[in-house]
Design a protein around this ligand. Structure first.
Ligand SMILES: [Zn+2]
Length: 216
């Protein structure tokens, strides 16, 4: 849980970040400094959602940082990360199911099932729902493998180890292939996201410490 924070943001294809994910313009969000609203997200926050007046960024009483606020009605547009709920579904052989992504970002590469938590569900419900939608597997989430912060994407990813209790792998437009991997057979160069790699490495460290490396 100590990693995934304040790491340098790599550039290039291996990073697989969609355009706009990291903004390098002067004044834009600086992940190494860990401050500010990502520019792509700020670009979606132009008007007060309560009254429609243009929002202004600036200091406010009792706030420790500049906020987007509406001068007309006083509404403050707080900007907070969203939670991505994911699972590492593990079968009785101790293999983890991954899916080959059918959509961007990371199309053609491997990731664990997951997605944005809905507003009216618990993290467990979200993890179960996303896993079923993306893989066809019915899981029972267990321990949390880790929580991973990606400030430049405004997300926090939670990864549960999950026991498979039903269902069967299905291929969908979102998942071109769904299959299990033994800890020693995880296709590291083809993992779609850094957060997936972090979660898988933390899981491998638990189940096969002899295979663990700090190569991340
Ligand atoms: Zn307003």
């Amino acid at each position: 849980m100590s990693h995934g924070q304040r790491k340098p943001v790599p550039h290039g294809l291996s990073d697989l970040r969609a355009a706009g994910d990291v903004d390098t313009r002067p004044g834009a969000f600086d992940p190494s400094a860990g401050r500010g609203v990502p520019t792509w997200l700020a670009a979606t926050l132009n008007y007060c959602s309560r009254c429609g007046t243009a929002l202004r960024l600036g200091p406010l009483p009792a706030e420790d940082r500049d906020r987007l606020a509406c001068a007309a009605c006083g509404y403050i547009a707080y900007v907070n990360p969203r939670l991505v709920v994911t699972t590492l579904p593990v079968n009785e052989a101790g293999e983890v199911f991954l899916l080959r992504r059918g959509i961007e970002p990371g199309r053609g590469l491997w990731a664990q099932p997951g997605g944005f938590m809905e507003i009216d569900e618990t993290v467990h419900e979200g993890a179960i729902r996303e896993t079923l939608e993306e893989t066809g597997l019915v899981v029972e989430p267990g321990e949390v493998v880790g929580l991973y912060t990606r400030p430049e994407a405004a997300i926090v990813v939670i990864a549960f180890v999950a026991r498979i209790v039903g269902g069967a792998p299905v291929v969908t437009p979102e998942a071109l292939e769904v299959r299990p991997f033994a800890p020693e057979a995880i296709p590291w160069p083809e993992i779609a996201f850094r957060t997936s790699e972090w979660a898988l490495r933390d899981w491998v460290r638990r189940v096969r410490p002899d295979l663990a490396s700090d190569d991340r």
